[in-house]
Every structure is written in structure tokens, then in C-alpha cells.
Design a protein around this ligand. Sequence first.
Ligand code: EPZ
Length: 418
Amino acid sequence: MDRIVVEGGRRLKGNVRISGSKNAALPVLVSSLLVDGECVFHNVPDLVDIKSIKLLLEDLGARVETNGDTVMIDASTVHKFEASYDLVRKMRASILVLGPLLARQKKARVSLPGGCAIGARPINLHLKGMENLGATITLEHGYVEAHADALVGNDIYFDVVSVGATENMMMTAVLATGVTLLRNAAREPEITALADVLIQMGAQIEGAGTSVIKITGVTSLKPVEVQIIPDRIEAGTFMVASAMTGGDVTITDCTPDHMGGIIHKLKLSGATVLVNGSSIQVIGSDEIKSLDIQTLPYPGFPTDMQAQFMAMMTVAKGTSVFRETIFENRFIHVSELIRMGADISLSGGNVATVKGVARLSSAPVMASDLRASASLILAGLIAQGTTVVSRVYHLDRGYESLERKFEMLGGAVRREKD
Ligand code: EPZ
């Protein structure tokens, strides 16, 4: 396992290009299962999770070719309908193949994804939605089995706003007979990105990006060539890094419209944020102001940015309160930040109170999930001394060459073999 070694005290300066979005690429690559023929995807990030989904699609029988950040997938030869435990356990988002396989061949068998560090991550909304379209779902031996004689459009209401359930149901309903309504749907940019791809394939979808999505089923879809949208969470991570190091960083090839909550909170913390087309310049201030942050479904403040902002608030002037409303256990980074000298107390399971301290001190710390890993590296950037973050395989799931990008910005961040 690798570790990341960070020397604190450097102000980050310069430009950094944002990669394609992991959370857009995963469902979009999976949507290739809905068509026979060559789909071509550009700006695909080079991440462990992307490698995992490509392996799964190949295991199902698809032809997958990668050339730099371009991925070609031809699902014409998909013959299997089972996604094995060995592949699904590596990445929960594999459950997204359930809907397309059901839509494609009216049956699917996918290993139940386990929970993960941040929560139980149930898939009840995915399964209930498919039953609403006429599928029979059975759970046995750790697998979900779904089959349907026919998929018929229906009016579906999600009790909880769920990105994955919205994506899975969109990809199931596009080939169902009749009209499907998804009510209380997720509104994330990644939902809109997936809908745009499906529409380009010939699907009839209205309302993506709002809480009610209307899908009128069609009989077949056609291959497409598309560009993956930029990763708003990677972008936000670098924006926070610039703000908390008192730096001056411009991120390029991003989509500012997807980052309203992040930009708003950074400005409140005292940073200067200048938006110019697909670039954002973030200039840190000498004094970081404390913030109150509540994570919410988009367009609310993104849960995937909570840990990064907490790293910054550890040295803010005053007390900040974080309320995590999406996942039940997304404060694992707190104990590691405390080991670095942060003053954080937890209450009620989803509230963290962060009292700003003068400076963090370096320490050996351990990553536990993707975004917690990033927050520990950010903390290392401002801590006195050398911070070693171990178990960075979490990081590699969702950030492309993070240490190299930080080095290019003047950060003393390097990777070592553990
Ligand atoms: C997606 O996960 C993202 N992952 C997550 O990013 C992100 O944090 C999350 O959406 C919320 O924005 C990908 O897109 C691959 P949800 P997902 O279904 O779809 C509950 C990262 O760091 N729920 O929107 O799994 C669930 O327990 C990752 O890049 C049910 O109860 O999230 C949670 O409390 C982490 N039943 C809430 O909904 C269900 O059937 C939101 O989960 C499904 C979800």
C-alpha cells in the first residue's frame, strides 16, 4: 500500500486542470449496456473506480478499449447477466449495471454491494423502483436477482433523494413501455449529464436536474460519442487547498455552475473567488473565517466536500458547526484531524463542532474513505512538519494523480511505497 508524505507550510500557486468527473463517468460508461454498437467516451478520468467498472463491463462480455482519456465500449457482445461478488465488492457503484441489464435482457443478477466506511448504503430504493416497473426481485446468497417479462412505465416516488437510485431507474425506464415519472429525484449535475447521454442515444427524458423526471420509453437506443463533464468535487478540493494555504490557484476546465454551494462557502470563509468561464481563481486570505455547513442533496452543499472544508475550518478564527445529513457515518476523518491538533467535538452522530486552533501539527494519519483521504492531505498542507497519510488506495479511487497536481502547484506532496 502507498502512502502520501506532505510537508506543511507552502502556499499553493499556479494552474491545475480538473479531470473528468468520476461520479458522472461511472453511470455514463454503464449506460453503454443499453445499446449495441461502439460508444465512445472522452475525458474519462484515470481512476481505480473507472478501472473497476471497465473490468465489470468486460466480464459481462462487452468490448472495452482505452486510449488515454478516451474509452470505447461495445456492448453488442454482452451475453452474461450476472455481475459477480468479486467485481462488485470492489466498488459499490457496480450496482448501476442492474437497471441496464434488466432493460437490455429482462434479467440481471448482481451481488449486493456491501456498506462502506461512511454508511450502510442500502439499495432498497433501486429495487423498489424496478419492482414498480414490473420486475420481480429476489435476494438470495448475497445476490439481487431481477427479472421481468415486460417493463412497464409507472409513477415512482423516492422516499429519500438518491443519486444512484435515480440513475439506475433512468437507465431502466428508458426502454420500458410507456411513461415513467421519477418523483423526488436527485438533481445533481451527474444526473443531468447521464440524461443528456441517454437523450443523445435516443431516449425521451424531460426534467433531468429537477425533482420530477419524466421518461417516455422507446424500443431501442443508438451508440453515441460523448464528453464526460468535469469533476466538481476534485475542483472543490483544489479550491479549498488554495484558500487554506493562503495560495493563489486557478483551476481550469471546470464547470462553475455546478459549484454554487462550494463557491458561496469559500467566499464566506474570506477567500477571493473569481469565476471566468470554465476557470476559477481562488486567492486565500490570511484569516480564515469560521463557517456553519449542512450537507444536503444538490443544489445544497455537497456531502463529498464536507471533510475538505472541515480540514480548513480546523484553523479558522472562531467555531464552525458541520451537520452531515446524507450519510450516517461520515466523520471518520475527525479522529485523525484531532491527532493533528484539531479541536473537534461530535454530538448526536451527525454534528461536528470545530473550534479553530492556531496551527495543526503533523502526525502519521490513516485514510478511511475517499474524501477523508483528501481532507488529511489538505490538513498536512497547513500542518507544522511532515504528515504521512497511509492507506491512500482510498484516494486513488477518486483522484487522478493528486500528489502530482499538488506538486505542480508548489506543494511538497509525494507518494512513497508503504
Ligand atoms: C453518490 O452515491 C456518489 N457516488 C457519492 O459520492 C455521493 O456522496 C452520494 O451520491 C451523495 O451525493 C457516486 O455517484 C458513484 P445516494 P450514492 O444514493 O448514489 C440513502 C464519493 O465520494 N439511500 O444519493 O450511493 C443512502 O444511504 C462518493 O465520490 C437509501 O436509503 O448516494 C444515503 O443516506 C461517496 N436507499 C442517501 O440515500 C437507497 O436505495 C444518499 O445516497 C439508496 C440510497
